[in-house]
Design a protein around this ligand. Sequence first.
Ligand code: DQA
Length: 148
Amino acid sequence: ARILVLHGPNLNMLGEREPEVYGHDTLDDINRRLRQAATDSGHTLDCFQSNAESDLIDHIQAARKEGVGFILFNPGAFTHTSIALRDALLAVAIPFIEVHLSNVFAREAFRRHSYLSDIAVAVVSGLGAQGYELALTAAIQRLEDTSG
Ligand code: DQA
């Protein structure tokens, strides 16, 4: 199946951005490992990062036409602000896991609310880059269960 990994604003700066919060891996490091893991289990994985809400919405809308079966999504700060991203995910009805590198519940109060968590399959928060890999494992399992 096709899997889409979406990264929101400021995640292009991973590795140099507050490494004590977000770790030392760059976005390329993370994407490379995810692509490899997906390929190893016979799936295709595309990655996209944008600082712009509209680009993320366009990619979510396109995902339906492209037959994407699952989305891993770190919406960055849009997690806490974006009704438009919520509506895009509801519109395409593609299952997704919300991923955060940091534990959003251990930080400022405004990070505790997400516009996406209640419509996500699951939320992974606080496991750093490993969170994406665990989310991918779960996504692949679900894709294989439903196509079985
Ligand atoms: C984040 C958490 C958000 O609150 C923050 O705005 C980010 C990154 C994370 O991965 O921990 O940009 O999504």
